[in-house]
Design a binder for this molecule. Structure first.
Ligand code: HEM
Length: 397
């Protein structure tokens, strides 16, 4: 929240100013150096160093993912894979992984490229535009909608529901949904239940249809589990991918030479994507709950307490990355934790990488350069993706 002006007769405004751009990384650096595992004012444990974040993500028996406020054992509200532990997690992940295969992702290349071209056409129709609303947000939403079999005529509604429900990952993890979000969720659920019923009668060629028919010894996914998965794809996949595309533009703004370098050597795009994920990690932190009394880097964490592994801090840890505070286009190796690690490692990482590469290649093809109108906006470092980022485009002839 921005600090407001106060007049002579007002009581002074004590609203804390939003941290300036980059301040959050300075704070992470301080935490890594002085308080690698510390407790914040809300009682959450912050884990700042790479090795400790890695440990928390891998030790799922000690650090549970069951952190959401869901009512346990409600068949209409089954656990999401992201917020569940084994054996529930393993069953859901095994089923979903059978449909969400490398081939499924490869099959998306054409639709991603076509969608990206169409959106880039719109964005580059003038010298000035909104990178988020014209490219970075509609691209991943459209890709997932197509994978879930949303028909063209239903796209506008679908976009409205996902905007209302999925404002930001931080809120989803720790906030309570608004009335608008609840209503949109109900509408979207009704829509997908109809689609699932249609698919049970006649399969189609898309991810949701594959998910309806996927089976292991433990059976198929229920309607409620299928709905949960549709929601999870939107939560986990959209805003993070939007952030990745915005961050790429941010790097081009801050280091215009990286744009020129990639134009000459497009084979470096995958390496650029990995470094962007490390440098401006879209999923800045996740959450875990201690299953028993634990000790981490000397800190004593009691059973039931909540822990935030700070992925964005781990990815800047100078103990692991040389020149960690610098963007190195050809960094290798680059063992960043942007997609997590262990049993919850991001299922959509290949899709996110593909979307990122295609969007960046399209920018390089159509532009000579791109700059952010407000490159020091604190929104760029916030927990979720910004709602709007105005950019000036140097269009290629
Ligand atoms: C740049 C984009 C992305 C980033 C940085 C990202 C990051 C992450 C991270 C850090 C986790 C693990 C969270 C934890 O351990 O608590 C995760 C899990 C997950 N992500 Fe992604 N993600 C991205 C894109 C996507 C996309 C495009 C999809 C699918 C369409 C997706 C689907 C998932 C799913 C289903 C999980 C849960 C996996 C499980 O619990 O087993 N993500 N993601």
């Amino acid at each position: 929240m921005a600090r407001t002006m106060s007049t002579e007769n007002d009581t002074p405004d004590t609203t804390p100013a939003e941290p300036a751009i980059g301040e959050v990384y300075a704070e992470y650096e301080r935490l890594r150096a002085e308080h690698p595992v510390s407790r914040n004012d809300d009682g959450l444990w912050l884990v700042a160093r790479y090795d400790d974040v890695r440990h928390v993500l891998k030790a799922h028996r000690d650090y549970s993912s069951e952190v959401s406020q869901r009512i346990a054992d409600d068949p209409d509200n089954p656990p999401s894979m992201l917020f569940s532990d084994p054996p529930t997690h393993d069953r859901l992940r095994a089923l979903v992984s059978r449909a969400f295969t490398p081939r499924t992702i490869e099959r998306q290349e054409e639709q991603i490229a076509a969608r990206c071209e169409e959106l880039m056409e719109g964005l580059t129709s003038s010298d000035h535009g909104d990178l988020v609303t014209e490219l970075a947000a509609p691209l991943p939403v459209g890709v997932i909608a197509t994978m879930l079999g949303v028909e063209d005529g239903d796209f506008v509604e679908f976009k409205r529901w996902s905007d209302a429900i999925f404002t930001n990952i931080g809120e989803i993890l720790i906030g309570t949904p608004s009335e608008e979000a609840i209503a949109a969720n109900e509408e979207m659920s009704a829509y997908f239940l109809d689609r699932i019923a249609d698919l049970r009668r006649a399969p189609r060629e898309h991810l949701l249809s594959d998910l309806v028919y996927v089976e292991t010894e433990e059976g198929r996914l229920t309607d409620a589990e299928l709905l949960m998965f549709c929601r999870l794809l939107l939560i986990a996949g959209n805003e993070t991918t939007t952030s990745l595309i915005v961050s790429a533009a941010r790097v081009f703004n801050d280091m215009p030479e990286s744009f020129a370098r990639l134009k000459d050597a497009p084979q470096l795009i995958p390496s650029f994507v990995e470094e962007t994920l490390r440098f401006h990690s879209p999923f800045k932190a996740t959450m875990r709950k201690a299953t028993r009394d634990l000790e981490l880097a000397g800190a004593k964490i009691a059973a039931g307490e909540l822990i935030l592994p700070l992925i964005a801090s781990a990815n800047r840890d100078e103990r692991v990355f040389d020149r960690a505070a610098e963007f190195e286009l050809e960094r290798s190796p680059n063992p960043h934790l942007a997609f997590g690690l262990g049993i919850h490692v991001c299922l959509g990482a290949p899709l996110a990488r593909l979307e990122g590469r295609i969007a960046i290649a399209a920018m390089l093809r159509r532009l000579k350069g791109i700059s952010l109108d407000v490159p020091d906006s604190p929104e760029l470092d916030q927990f979720g993706a910004p709602n709007s980022v105005m950019v000036t485009l140097q269009r290629a002839a």
